[in-house]
Write a protein that binds this ligand. Structure first.
Ligand code: GDP
Ligand code: MG
Length: 460
């Protein structure tokens, strides 16, 4: 921190009932003295709202009437002196108040700067700071629940619980290096190794929650794939409940990838429509087909949409491609209104496609079972609502845990035969701990902080 005083709009930048501007830093107190005039002096009554006029620093006119509050550090969110103004939520007023603050010498707060200062002042750890962004950005109940738990420190405690026994073990081994004349007993190594085993198992357990965690956060990714004109775009529109993709009898209409989020029974899904896969001379369509192929690895589930009137089975080639990519595939036979005989006749072996559906995107027939199956499929992966343990939803955390897992594995391997010098053993243990410490920010670099906080919104 550079001792600067910063300000930003904390509420959304749009007309609203109220706007909140937050100021943090050593000059927050004098900001209130100079730019707020009320019956009561907010700095004399910390944490109590005062009513009065917000003053323009240049010219001294009244910008608006509103509320001001002073929260002295270190008992504030950032740990610094904080002032907040509440006034009428007009973007024009917001600009005027901010301009006045800047004229007074307060600096515009970069994205995430308030939370970054809170972290640097020890008000919360790094995983909790990240959880604030997750809480703000959560778009489903499920997502909010996990972000809330992380904000309360649940993940941090779990990580600390894994690290503490290792820290003690490391201290013992380091002591043995410092006094090489007191040779370390093999039993002692064995004990440390046992502790490392326990830690590694817990790390693996946490890592295993990531696939589920990312589904909660990112949504289940469903790719609609298949020959041109099968009805992929029609189905996408039905799934997301709006006209998102162009539907047309002209085959090869969809060229771009069309992505749309939808919530089904409280679970987040991302559906992606793509160009029909076929050989084509049309340059633009060919690029579309390429995009569709490149999108396959992205998908958690591929809906292979085929036309009920297509008796040639031209889609079987695409199916083989998907199989090679080891994807979870469901066959969706569309347009059964045109060819009811296709029901049960056009099939995909259950060893290849997990499920077969027969629908009409035109009449809506068969859509219900497809939607139910989608929801059921995610619900299967959800832990019990009541006792969800710690869940990893953040890629950075996964990366740290993977490194910890690797280092612990190396330590355990090496310790077994005691084939390597103690100093190398100790290095592995240190690395594992450092990786765990990174999760909560016990160790960090400016680079890591930059990456995390730049994703925040301004004013948080
Ligand atoms: N009869 C009938 N026509 C359909 C059905 N689904 C789509 N279509 C028509 O098939 C054509 C191609 O549909 P579209 O969704 O653009 O297919 P895409 O190329 O796979 O995206 C359009 O004319 C649609 O109106 C269906 O279930 N029944
Ligand atoms: Mg289309």
């Amino acid at each position: 921190m550079d001792g600067s005083t910063i300000a930003a709009l904390a509420t959304a930048p749009a007309p609203a009932g109220v706007a909140v501007i937050r100021v943090s830093g050593p000059r927050a107190r004098t900001v209130l003295n100079e730019l707020f005039r009320g019956k009561k002096d907010p700095t004399a009554h910390p944490r109590l709202m005062a009513f009065g006029d917000i003053i323009d620093f240049e010219g001294g006119s009244v910008i608006d009437t509103g509320l001001a509050v002073f929260m002295p550090g270190p008992w504030s969110f950032t740990g610094e002196d904080v002032a907040e103004f509440q006034f009428h939520g007009s973007p024009v007023l917001v600009q005027r108040v901010l301009r006045s603050l800047y004229a007074y010498g307060v600096l515009p707060a970069p994205a995430g700067e308030f939370t970054k200062r809170a972290f640097l002042n020890g008000k919360l750890d790094l995983a909790q700071a990240e959880a604030i962004a997750d809480v703000i950005n959560s778009r489903s109940e499920e997502e909010l629940r996990f972000a809330g738990e992380q904000l309360k420190g649940r993940l941090s405690q779990a990580v600390a619980g894994i690290g503490e026994p290792l820290r003690d073990a490391l201290a013992e081994l380091e002591a043995a290096i410092d006094f090489p004349e007191e040779d370390i007993e093999p039993e002692q190594i064995g004990q440390v190794s046992a502790r490392a085993e326990v830690a590694r198992a817990k790390v693996s357990q946490l890592l295993a929650t990531y696939s589920f965690g990312s589904i909660v956060k990112e949504g289940v990714r469903v790719l609609l794939c298949g020959p041109p004109n099968a009805g992929k775009s029609s189905l996408l529109n039905l799934l997301v409940g709006k006209r998102k993709a162009i539907v047309s009898p002209v085959s090869g209409t969809t060229r771009d990838l069309i992505e749309e989020e939808a919530s089904l029974a409280g679970h987040k899904f991302v559906f992606c429509d793509s160009a029909g896969i076929r050989e084509t001379a049309d340059e633009v369509e060919r690029i579309g087909v390429e995009l569709a192929r490149d999108r396959v690895p992205w998908a958690d589930l591929v809906l292979l949409v085929v036309d009920a009137t297509d008796t040639e089975g031209a889609w079987r080639g695409t199916l083989r491609e998907l199989q090679d990519a080891r994807k979870k595939i469901w066959l969706v036979v569309n347009k059964v209104d045109l060819n009811p005989a296709a029901v049960g006749a056009i099939v995909c072996d259950s060893s290849v496609c997990r499920q077969n559906f027969y629908i009409s995107a035109k009449t809506g027939a068969g859509i219900g079972p497809l939607l139910e199956a989608l929801v059921e499929d995610v619900a299967k992966e959800m832990p019990d609502k009541g006792e969800a343990g710690e869940v990893i939803t953040n890629e950075r955390h996964r990366d740290c845990l993977r490194r910890a897992e690797g280092a612990l594995g190396a330590f355990i391997d090496q310790a077994q035969g005691r084939r390597v010098p103690l100093s190398i053993l100790v290095a592995d243990l240190r690395e594992a701990l450092a990786a765990l410490d990174e999760i909560v920010g016990k160790t960090y670099t400016e680079d890591i902080l930059g990456r995390i906080f730049s994703k925040f919104c301004v004013g948080k």
